[in-house]
Ligand binder design. Sequence first.
Ligand SMILES: [Zn+2]
Length: 151
Amino acid sequence: MRCPKCTYTEDKVIDSRAARNGSVIRRRRTCLRCGHRFTTYEEIVKTKLQVVKRDGRHEDLDRTKLVSGIARACEKRPISVEQIEGLVDSILDELESEFEREVPSQAIGRKVMERLEKVDDVAFVRFASVYRRFKDVNQFLSAIKGMIGKE
Ligand SMILES: [Zn+2]
């Protein structure tokens, strides 16, 4: 790393520590020529995933959109914003490890449903009724019946 003071390119790392919950490494460095100390950050480059919609169109995977979609399903339910954010983060981590560039929109919907089902039944049905587009009424009813059976 080039020294910001004297532009010399050799330095020594004198301290490394995790920041932002381990997603970033912060390093203190000292220039081997002038002794100037400076800080660098290292973080994982996130891959840009593309969502492939049912009609074949592509669009950027938008975290904000995913959060607001789930938040809508969770309206007036005892689910905090932090919970929703955490849910979305874990979904995105999984998608990034499972897919290279393109993700079918159904795969995202399925992951959201898997998680909502464990968190809140009402939010699950709301989300499922929009995203799964139940093929027929019976399919929808059996999903609800399965939930009632759990209680
Ligand atoms: Zn220097």
